[in-house]
Design a protein around this ligand. Sequence first.
Ligand SMILES: Cc1ncc(COP(=O)(O)O)c(C=O)c1O
Length: 375
Amino acid sequence: MKLFDVYPLYDVTPVSANGIVVTDDKGQDYLDFYGGHAVISIGHSHPHYLNRLKDQLDQIGFYSNSIKNPLQEELAEKLGQLSGCPDYNLFMCNSGAEANENALKMASFETGKSRVIAFTNSFHGRTSAAVAATDNPKINAPINQQQKVTFLSFEDTEAFKKEIEKGDVCAVILEAIQGVGGLDEPSTQFYQTIAQLCKEHHTILIADEVQSGFGRSGKFFAFQHHGIQPDIISIAKGMGNGFPVAGVLIHESIKASYGMLGTTFGGNHLACAATLAVLEVLENEDLLENAVVLGKYFAEKAKAIPQVKRVKGHGLMLGLEFDFEVADLRKRLIFNQHMFTGGAKDKFVLRFLPALNVTQEHLDIFFKALKAELV
Ligand SMILES: Cc1ncc(COP(=O)(O)O)c(C=O)c1O
């Protein structure tokens, strides 16, 4: 059997990783400024993370969601406390798309409506309703196109008002800072206006924090930069530092009933141990503060480079906009400078998504390498 060939691959084969360094099968080290697509939040092979997972594996790795799992309760408690969202309830699942799928489904259950408003350049995953709310026709098959989704531009308050006033919108879904799209974000005023309009029209506001959550933007959730309170928050990626785990935080005003949501693997013992380890490291090592400080340092260094047109994002969810397409630059950074960075749907944006315990020295190495590739 061969692999279903859907990924264009770089010719690098990592075999081990530690902190911010990934080592390939030839013994070459690479600096990981991409975090495997914003997944590595506390660094590769963090000792606390490894110990917690190994200990859990020695006890119990998995059992069904029809028995008690106190780790899920411990996790919900800790997550509520650290995220500043104690008045939400947690449902655990396995991937970002699944988190958004459940979020959209809950919005539809709760309101009895079915149309969704999403935004230009959004990315919410590749499954049914999540991909339909993703602004990319190429990855929407005819079966996905049956969903009712209206795409609007950030800052177009008039169009938003016109659509939501029709009364059939169950959910507005947004990334507080767009990830795959290329780090765009609207103003606080726009966020606050749409949050208010959602309330007035019995529409659920979903913050997709799959990429921007767990401290990446310097706050636990990126929507917290704008003083809004979504009804539902979806989480994944950095949550497990590489262990596949995701979840939905559902405001306690939305009531659960048996069977409404469900999953075989979601919230298993190993997934909880991985997430608890991430939360403990974020807290003990003050990594949100590190994200804020280094985000500012990154912006200062970047602004001194003439080819950089704009620095985008917050904390360590960052992008550099150039006036040329960055695909070739990314390749040269990998093969000449041995460092991973990310691309975006906006081909002029280079994404920088390192683990939140990256250091100033690592950033200095990155900028030295970048300058060498820009001459
Ligand atoms: C904002 C956002 N939502 C959802 C997803 C989908 O997550 P997953 O690939 O885990 O299904 C992604 C993945 O890149 C994402 O960036």
